[in-house]
Write a protein of this length. Sequence first.
Length: 521
Amino acid sequence: MIDNIAVGKTIAKLRQNKNMTQQQLAAALNVSHQAVSKWETGAALPDVQTLMALTRLFGITMEQLLNDEVPEDRVEPPRPASPFDEPIQNIGNFVNNIVNGIFKPKEASGAGEDEGAEDAEAPEADAEFEEAPGEAAGTAEGADDFDAQRLLQMAPFMSKSAVDELLLEHKNALTAGDIARFAPFASQECIEKLIQNNEQEVNWDVLRKVAPFLKREVVDRLAKAAAKGGQYVKKSAESSGINTEDFGKAVQDVGQKIGAGLESAFRRATKLGNDVVNGVASTFNDLVENTKARQARAEELRKAACERALADEKWDWLAEHIPEIRDEELLRSIAQKANGLGMHDWVLEHLNGYADTRTIDAAIEAGNWGWLGDHVWQFEDELQEKIARAAAQQENWQWLSTYAEQISLENCADEIAIAAYKAEARVLARQIAEHCMTDAQREALANEAIAVGDYDYLQQLVELLSPEFIGQALVANAQQAQWDTVARFVGNADGDSIDKLMELAIAEGNFDAIDMLDEFL
């Protein structure tokens, strides 16, 4: 029998490994984000066609997905990246190519033993950054021996590390189309390197196919490059999670941050003397400082342009440029003005969680629960809880049953669950208890059932409650001579409570209870 919860956890783990949100996975599979949420919580299973799409997307077999047997090499920690890595690596490659050009005549006539030894220190770096497509000495041989189609057939049964090794070894034999076909079976880092090696061939079709397997900032950069004919544009720091003030820190470690190309260039340039090394270093520092200054100035100008557009109410222009805005206060100002003009749908479309509370109140008052269900996940937690409380007040238990697991109920889960319990919506109360409550909130719901002697419902909650709580409740029952209830739940109590129950049974002279408890001592 298929375990829905285990399958859901596997899907969630694989999605998170790809740095994908539920909305992004839903878009990739052409389903709703509510469907993805239900899969991951175990409330539902994908259909067979969607399961097949998931296995292709994550590069695993159907058996591995359904039995929670995902190989460890399919679950890799995301590699931290900086939006500045690519431009800086390009600088490293540029400098390295210049230095290589200086040495080409010497290498052609036969390099000395010392030079050969020094070059051998970093063969991987040289191979990765110096061999341009069609120019590497070993390209033709690698292309002749490499069968991409056969490797593609074996890739689902291989580890990612093995696939990466073969792909990088024969990267010059791969087309952009090949890279797209191998994307589900290779690591993000490998796909990025292959794309970089074949960037001239990357088009919209290829980018669409590899996008689910790359970090969002990488996809943004490649999309901009494709739109601008290959000219790279920096991804905004906010979107990539890097603050511009951290730029200096991002390039502190030369070997790690500016790429093996520049490191190799420095190593080779040492042969030309300190003057050349100092000149290269000075040039690089100037490039870094100029990049920082230009970026800061560009941000100031973009903000000024947005403020002017807001003053002139150029909503179409703002909608186009909102993704570039980093200033939180400016975003709130735009949302506030738009909401003030009644442009609530515009705010929802372009600013997601900045909806005005007046919009929420109007929808609740009008009973527009369909609209609220479509948009509730975009709102801030406080507004989500407000909507949930309103649904409980109107006893809209069906709506809550559908959306409770997708929204924040941190501060009101017990309040809503207790209301549902009292209104006989007990399945919903159990659902909220399992997915949305803290231990203290679950105990509050259990106490409601205990207070009215509803031990059948307590039985439904017992697996969610701590042994200490069950034990304390049973001690209270024993003190009232309710030993039948004690016998029903004693297997879920903690040891200290069982000892206390035995003391009470001995004090009463209740030997039936003593015999029953003795099995649990």
